[in-house]
Design a protein around this ligand. Structure first.
Ligand code: PRP
Ligand code: MG
Length: 208
């Protein structure tokens, strides 16, 4: 059997993903979220896990530095990587939305400015609705942008809605449902077909 290199997104869903792998019988006894180590092997040595920034997971997989990746659909959409998306792991469920102070902000006849951690997603969404927008790339606390006049609206992720609520913002448009997905490098899918299929099937039956 081939060893599979798995790129796993650091952050919120890392621990629940490791739990899912454990439930599937793939144990990482030496894994600790707080460890500064970035490479771990499964107890059976069949999976090499590399722990990377979420937005980099699609890049690692596209370039073949990892055979498979586990990452949110938000980052897959933003990275626009050429990979196969094989499985919805149904973790980290949330939604991409347009949000702002009121409906009116979208009626602005001038070119809208949209702040986002996901400028590619934001541009594409407005383009599909026939609007070209200016995007401002931020790296967090995006909800601030409409409050201090940096942008007319934001494109961001909503989970509970608390962050929007506490900052007086409303959902103006819903874009897409997000959850954690399994992606696969196109070449690895052919060259490591048996191992990768086995890995996918193991996860699939654990999810059922
Ligand atoms: C994320 C996201 C929203 C918030 C949504 O931010 O960008 O701001 O969580 O969650 P909620 O609907 O449950 O409030 P995060 O906490 O990751 O911080 P950041 O945007 O500053 O990186
Ligand atoms: Mg945020």
């Amino acid at each position: 059997m081939d060893t599979i290199t798995l790129a796993l997104a650091k952050g919120r869903t890392a621990e629940s993903t490791i739990q899912l792998l454990t439930n599937a019988g793939i144990q990482f006894t030496d894994f600790h979220e707080k460890s500064r180590k970035l490479v771990f092997y499964s107890d059976d040595q069949r999976i090499k896990l590399i722990f990377v920034k979420a937005l980099d997971v699609p890049t690692y997989v596209e370039k073949g530095a990892a055979d498979v990746g586990i990452v949110g659909k938000d980052n897959i959409l933003e990275a626009q990587a050429d990979v196969y998306e094989m499985l919805d792991l149904k973790l980290g469920k949330c939604q991409f939305v347009v949000a702002g102070k009121s409906e009116q902000v979208l009626n602005n006849t001038q070119k809208l400015t949209i702040a986002s951690k996901f400028p590619t997603v934001a541009k594409k969404h407005f383009q599909q609705n026939g609007r070209s927008v200016e995007t401002v790339k931020l790296n967090g606390s995006v909800e601030l942008a409409p409050l201090i006049g940096l942008a007319d609206a934001i494109v961001d992720i909503v989970e509970t809605g608390n962050t929007l609520k506490e900052n007086g913002l409303f959902i103006l448009e819903e874009i897409e449902d997000i959850s954690t997905r399994l992606i696969v490098n196109k070449a690895s899918f052919a060259t490591k077909s048996t191992s990768i299929h086995q890995f996918i099937n193991t996860l699939k039956s654990t999810l059922e």
